[in-house]
Write a protein that binds this ligand. Structure first.
Ligand code: HEM
Length: 521
């Protein structure tokens, strides 16, 4: 004790005599200590059968900062160095990255007995979706819930959604874009169009009516839990968790009232998910409880909100910078619908067959998803050591695995001029889907078994997106109305925005300014 006290006093006397040199020396000693600690930690934890480990200099934090600033750059840099499988430390979690078509296939088809999505996501999604749905239930139950959702996303229901989407977008622009021309925050406007069109079509007219009376605010409260902070600090008593509990209680009440009202008029048919969920049964014959119906509706709305809003916004920004493609799209719309489309709210509602035949818009959405996929990282937790096929690697239990299909989707190996937005490439691009077309049914319908494809914006395997057709229909219909009624130009000062990697779903960096001008026929 005496030695320590003497050393401490000598140190303080030294600092008092030479404060600058003393502070610098202290900082050098502290940094050396931290770096040495990190070095020993890596030596001690070295496991030769694991994929290569990205070197880090700060214990616990690891590569979190570099990854967080730009995960795509980070993954590409270390893929060049270590190959398609490597591990990095992020806030105490060991994340094993799996990329390129081998990584995609390994990740999306890993056995559920070894890797699970619920262990990776539930702490993040439960405060948002609520209990008893999606990742808060065993995987077999999720597969049944996906079967119920898929039954509701039917062709017949889609047909009834088209007039709703056209009307909502028309009403929105008539309410908000009142001048002949102007500049708008495009991401905000599109996000509002997405929530209004999705809530009206999927959740039904009763919930849509209440969007302006507080329901939209309740969704925003839940949505504020969907951030990387909530993934990393799941154990912190963040105020947003209390706010989300309150929002759920209020939404339970609202959904409960709507469900009770519908039960009084069981003969009246609706084409929305609420009707589908009220009638859906698990294999054991059980109906969904009212609470779980509400939570599934919230989950559906949330799953499509930022993903579709980001895709529509990027698509429109790119169209604003490419007049030729806009002209092609308009020509194709007129020829498909066999008439001139008026540049006003009187425009005709396209049929589902028309929407499918808008090939240029299809290419626009597909190309936007290729280079600006909103989900740049998807995760699973390893619960049993798992071997990586055709390598000597074994990923230990406790690690997370992370896939990022955008890495192969923007690789020159698969696409010429891979970072450029060229919708026309899909007219000639060879089929880039899995060559092996065999299918598997995980409980919600047939899905291609292989995930050996460079572009997988909707994932693959048992967790594959079931909202793809809805998303294409919704996005193409919104683009149809907007391109028919307006010209768009990028804001000359802001130009094309960068990507914002600070949210779970990658969005354009705000403010996302875009100029619009009403068209006249
Ligand atoms: C799953 C992307 C729109 C509902 C997924 C996954 C991806 C994805 C990549 C897989 C996640 C994983 O493997 O961890 C997208 C994109 C969209 C979109 C890019 C829009 C452009 C929608 C919409 C809905 C929806 C509109 C609902 C109407 C779901 C559901 C799952 C899912 C229910 C399944 C989750 C699971 O099984 O774990 N989506 N999605 N998505 N998505 Fe989408």
């Amino acid at each position: 004790m005496g030695y320590l006290q003497t050393a401490w006093e000598s140190y303080r006397a030294f600092l008092a005599q030479a404060p600058v040199v003393g502070t610098v020396a202290t900082a050098v000693v502290a940094v050396s200590f931290v770096v040495t600690w990190a070095h020993f930690e890596q030596m001690l934890n070295h496991n030769p059968s694991e994929p290569p480990f990205v070197r880090y200099y700060v214990p616990f934090i690891g590569s979190m900062i570099e990854f967080g600033i730009n995960p795509i750059e980070f993954i590409r840099k270390h893929q060049r160095k270590h190959g398609n499988f490597f591990t990095f430390l992020m806030f105490g979690r060991r994340m094993t990255v799996c990329v390129d078509i081998d990584g995609n296939d390994f990740f999306f088809n890993a056995k559920h007995s070894s890797v699970t999505a619920e262990d990776a996501y539930n702490s993040l999604t439960k405060p948002v979706f609520g209990e008893g749905v999606v990742y808060d239930v065993p995987n077999a139950v999720l597969m049944e819930q996906k079967r119920m959702i898929k039954a509701g996303l039917s062709i017949e229901n889609f047909r009834s959604y088209l007039p709703i989407i056209v009307q909502e977008v028309n009403d929105y622009v008539d309410r908000h874009w009142t001048q002949p021309e102007g500049t708008v925050e495009l991401l905000q406007c599109i996000s509002e169009m997405i929530i209004l069109t999705a809530s009206h079509s999927l959740l039904g007219p009763e919930i849509r009516k209440q969007m302006h009376e507080g329901v939209a605010d309740l969704y925003h409260t839940l949505d504020s839990c969907f951030t990387p902070i909530h993934f990393l600090f799941e154990w912190l008593p963040l105020p947003s968790y209390y706010a989300s509990d309150k929002a759920h209680a209020e939404l339970d009440r609202i959904f409960g009232e709507v469900i009770a009202e519908r039960r009084k008029h069981l003969g009246e048919k609706h084409t929305d998910m609420l009707d589908v969920f009220m009638e859906s049964r698990y294999k054991n014959g059980e109906l969904l409880s009212d609470k779980h119906i509400g939570n599934l509706l919230i989950a559906l709305l949330m799953a499509g909100q930022h993903t579709s809003a980001a895709t529509t916004t990027w698509a429109l920004l790119n169209l604003a910078a490419d007049k030729e493609i806009v002209a092609d799209a308009r020509r194709e719309i007129s020829s498909t619908m066999e008439r001139e489309i008026p540049a006003s709210a009187d425009l005709p509602v396209p049929s589902l067959e028309d929407i499918k035949a808008f090939g240029t818009l299809d290419n626009v959405v597909r190309e936007t998803l290729r280079i600006r996929s909103p989900l740049v990282q998807v995760m699973r937790k390893v619960i049993k050591p798992v071997a990586v096929p055709n390598t000597d690697y074994v990923i230990p239990a406790g690690n997370y695995i992370l896939a990022s299909p955008i890495i192969s989707a923007t690789d020159e190996k698969y696409y010429a001029d891979a970072e450029a937005w060229v919708p026309g490439r899909w007219n000639t691009q060879e089929d880039d889907g899995p060559q092996d077309k065999a299918t598997t049914d995980y409980g919600f319908g047939a899905t291609t078994a292989s995930a050996r494809s460079p572009t997988l914006p909707f994932g693959a395997g048992r967790h594959r997106c079931i909202g793809e057709q809805f998303a294409y229909m919704q996005i193409k219909t919104i683009l149809y109305v907007l391109l028919s009624r307006f010209e768009f130009e990028l804001d000359p000062k802001r130009g094309m925005p960068e990507r914002n990697f600070n949210s779970m779903v990658v969005l354009p960096m705000g403010p996302v300014l875009c100029r619009y001008k009403r068209r006249s026929n």
